[in-house]
Structures are given as structure tokens and as C-alpha cells.
Design a protein. Structure first.
Length: 277
């Protein structure tokens, strides 16, 4: 691609993201440029349009066409007990603190299809906290939230998820947590009893009050620094003193404005604890 067409594509992308924000209220302007450009190009290649300018009018006037783009702009990859050492550390070093409260509130920001929240429910139930927690699992993408609320995961992934569960210190048989149905694994209904799945947009929406634990893993890697700062402020405002903040393996509080207010409990696993003062 020559410089000139690269420049024009940049302008087209910026105009489109501006239009999407104005029409639908989804603000992708502070997502990392390279990643968003790649996703737009991928969507365009699968669409009947040759350029983003050509696609713009349909995208802004037809919400169904926009929804096809929306699901392409968000990356929904997830797994159960993703990063097993992280879940092991949660179980061994964070849950003992959570157990000291009669009831705890947990926020999974950017929960995708829900595997992270279901993993947490399994872990907390095994640690004797059933009935003593409420989880808010949120995402910008309502299509993934619908899947999350159903509690189904791909059956083909279950071997990997079983391994992850075992490596994260799981104490039961993972097979007890799901039933195979038509190529899908239906998670045990009691796991979702204490989970509320709800839409929440990190670029625009407000905090969740009085959280003891906030997880936002593998979401902010797609954001520009300014949007990362916004999110971290939001999590900070949501957490009680002594609450825990968990980020993805490629994210950290290093050089972040709120960093000084957090103790690096397990920095290599991205587990931080909000200081009391
Ligand atoms: C890669 S998934 C991470 C899922 C899970 N946290 C994990 O680590 O496995 C990223 C999720 O962030 C969501 N997301 C992207 N932008 C968002 C925003 N502005 N507000 C809320 N969620 C967002 C996407 O829809 C996607 O489901």
C-alpha cells in the first residue's frame, strides 16, 4: 500500500469511528490504532464494500450492518481458568482475604462469553463461599453477553479447560460442572445463581460501587493509554480500600497514575491490592 492510500484509509477510519460514536454511542476512537485498523480491514474484506467511505452510509444508517462490524471490532477470545497460575494465586492468596467478609462483590469488566466469571464461581464455591458473593460480569458486546447468560461453552475446548482447572488447584472433578449437549457444554445451573450479566461500556459508563475484587483482563491491551487511564480510575473508584485489582498478563499498574495507591501483591500475576490510605 502506498503512503497516499494509507493516509486516505486513516482519514476514512477516523471519520467512520467518529460517525459510529455520534450515531450509536460506541466510542472506538481511543482503541489502539493498529488493532482497530486491522479489524476494520478484516470486516471490509468480508463485506460487499471496497472502501470504508463506501461502507460508511450503510454502517451509520443500518444498525444490523453496524452490529456485524461491532462484533468484529471487539475481541472475544477467552477460556475457563485462563492463566492457571493466576487462578491458583487467587485461590491461595486472595480468597483467604475475601473469606474474612460476610459477603463480597466482584466485577468482571469485559467478561466476553463468561468463562472467567464461571471459573470464579467454581473457585469460590469450592472454597466454601457459595451464597456469600455477587458477581457483576459486564461487556460492551451484547451478543457475547447473551451467550454468557446461557452458560454454554464449546465442548471441543473442555479438555483444555479441564487441564487449566487442574493446574489452577481445582479440588473436584471438572466433569461435574458441565453436561455435554449437541456439541456444546452446558455449565451447571447453580454456577450462575450469583452472577449478573449486564452491558457496560468502559469508554462511557460509570463505576460499580463497593467492589471487593475487580478483574479486567485482556481488555485494556486494545486501548490507547488515555482510555487505559480512564478504566483504571473507574476501577479505583469501584474498589473498597483493601480490595483487589486483577489485570491481564500483558497489562500492569507500572507508570500508571493510580499505581501508588496499590500494593503489588503478586505483580508477575498482575494482582494488586488497594491501600487503606
Ligand atoms: C479478549 S476478551 C477478554 C475476556 C476475559 N476477560 C478474559 O481475559 O478471558 C475482551 C472483551 O472486552 C470487551 N470490550 C472491548 N471494549 C470494551 C468496552 N469499551 N467496554 C466493555 N467491554 C469491552 C470485548 O467485547 C471482549 O469481550
Amino acid at each position: 500500500m502506498d503512503d497516499e492510500s494509507d493516509r486516505v484509509e486513516d482519514v476514512e477510519a477516523r471519520l467512520l469511528l467518529e460517525g459510529i460514536e455520534q450515531v450509536y454511542g460506541y466510542d472506538f476512537r481511543d482503541y489502539a490504532d493498529a488493532s482497530i485498523r486491522r479489524r476494520l480491514a478484516h470486516w471490509l474484506a468480508e463485506s460487499p464494500f471496497d472502501t470504508l467511505s463506501q461502507a460508511q452510509s450503510s454502517l451509520l444508517r443500518d444498525s444490523k450492518i453496524f452490529l456485524s462490524l461491532l462484533s468484529g471490532l471487539t475481541v472475544n477470545v477467552t477460556e475457563m481458568f485462563r492463566d492457571p497460575p493466576f487462578f491458583k494465586a487467587l485461590r491461595e492468596q486472595v480468597v483467604p482475604f475475601l473469606k474474612t467478609y460476610p459477603f463480597v462483590k466482584i466485577w468482571h469488566a469485559g467478561c466476553a462469553t463468561g468463562e472467567e466469571a464461571y471459573s470464579m464461581a467454581i473457585l469460590l464455591n469450592e472454597e466454601g463461599m457459595a451464597g456469600r458473593y455477587r458477581m457483576y460480569a459486564t461487556d460492551i458486546d451484547e451478543a457475547v453477553l447473551a451467550t454468557a447468560a446461557e452458560g454454554v461453552v464449546p465442548l471441543a475446548e473442555m479438555q483444555k479447560f479441564t487441564r487449566n482447572y487442574q493446574n489452577s488447584g481445582g479440588t473436584a472433578s471438572f466433569a461435574d460442572y458441565y453436561t455435554a449437549r449437541y456439541g456444546r457444554a452446558l455449565l451447571a445451573a447453580d454456577l450462575k445463581k450469583s452472577i449478573v450479566f449486564a452491558p457496560h461500556n468502559l469508554t462511557a459508563d460509570g463505576e460499580f460501587g463497593e467492589m471487593n475484587l475487580v478483574l479486567c483482563r485482556n481488555v485494556m491491551i486494545y486501548f490507547k493509554p488515555s482510555l487505559k487511564e480512564r478504566c483504571l480510575k473507574l476501577f479505583d473508584a469501584s474498589l473498597v480500600p483493601g480490595g483487589f485489582l486483577c489485570l491481564g498478563m500483558k497489562e500492569s499498574l507500572e507508570r500508571r497514575a493510580i499505581g501508588a495507591s496499590y500494593q503489588e501483591l503478586l505483580p508477575t500475576l498482575r494482582i494488586y491490592r488497594k491501600r487503606y490510605a
